[in-house]
Design a protein around this ligand. Structure first.
Ligand SMILES: NC(=O)c1ccc[n+]([C@@H]2O[C@H](COP(=O)([O-])OP(=O)(O)OC[C@H]3O[C@@H](n4cnc5c(N)ncnc54)[C@H](OP(=O)(O)O)[C@@H]3O)[C@@H](O)[C@H]2O)c1
Length: 211
């Protein structure tokens, strides 16, 4: 199947490499088209660079928005038509740097990024918050773990989105575990209790049920 990845920086490039090695076909887009072009060349036949963000969705079954939180809304507005009826995967952590260079949360305490992003999306787009619960390095080193696969957690309100993101998570070399609806996504982000955890399915399920 084909997935569009918008954003080919630190995280988007690691996700692209893992999905391509699992057999997914990719369409890549970035702010500077050169960045997507270089990554597509590194991946080879499984990936093509798109002309722009809307073009990335042509023929794609799903899109991963591997973007910093402050640019998400603008890109969602740009792809509002082609994204309808597609799986939209958002790994973005709602964080930025303050004037002193310290990491700061961009949303008020208690407000989940999943709920905010869900309001930005057009009706008919199917959101799953996933692929942002580990640093890029950990994501790369934990994929295709054997004998027991590592878990990648996700959150969604949409049953079909759940099925589709589970397929993508498996293609990337992880076992999917749902934590709940998008209002739960704060657990996945930097500072959340499920962030940067490398656990197998049994431990993951006990963490979810004990919360
Ligand atoms: N890096 C990690 O280890 C990690 C782990 C977990 C979650 N996350 C989350 O993932 C998100 C991305 O992080 P990152 O580290 O990958 O950031 P990054 O390295 O800065 O990459 C951001 C990407 O977004 C692209 N971009 C910016 N504006 C765009 C636009 N209007 N249209 C299309 N593409 C655009 C940039 O394009 P150019 O390449 O052309 O500049 C770049 O490829 C963040 O929200 C972060 O919280 C990151």
């Amino acid at each position: 199947m084909t997935t569009a990845i918008i954003g080919t920086g630190g995280l988007g490039s690691v996700i692209a490499l893992q999905l391509a090695s699992g057999g997914e076909t990719l369409r890549l887009s970035s702010a500077d088209t050169e960045s997507a072009r270089k990554l597509a060349a590194e991946i080879g036949r499984a990936a093509v660079p798109a002309i722009d963000n809307r073009d990335a969705l042509q023929g794609a079954d799903a899109v991963i928005l591997a973007l910093r939180f402050p640019v998400l809304k603008g890109v969602i507005d740009e792809i509002a038509d082609p994204v309808i009826d597609k799986l939209v995967v958002v790994p973005s952590n709602p964080v930025g740097l303050d004037a002193q260079g310290n990491l700061t949360r961009l949303l008020p305490t208690g407000q989940s990024s999943g709920q905010v992003v869900a309001e930005w999306l057009p009706k008919g787009a199917r959101l799953a918050m996933a692929f942002g619960s580990m640093s890029g390095d950990l994501f790369e080193s934990s994929s295709n773990r054997s004998p027991e696969p590592a878990v990648l957690f996700y959150a969604t309100d949409d049953e079909r989105a759940g099925e589709d993101v589970e397929r993508l998570i498996r293609v990337a070399g992880f076992e999917p575990v749902k934590i709940g609806g998008v209002e739960q996504s704060s657990r996945l982000e930097v500072g959340g209790d499920l962030h940067d955890l490398v656990v197998g399915p049994a431990e993951a399920r006990s963490l979810i049920s004990s919360a």
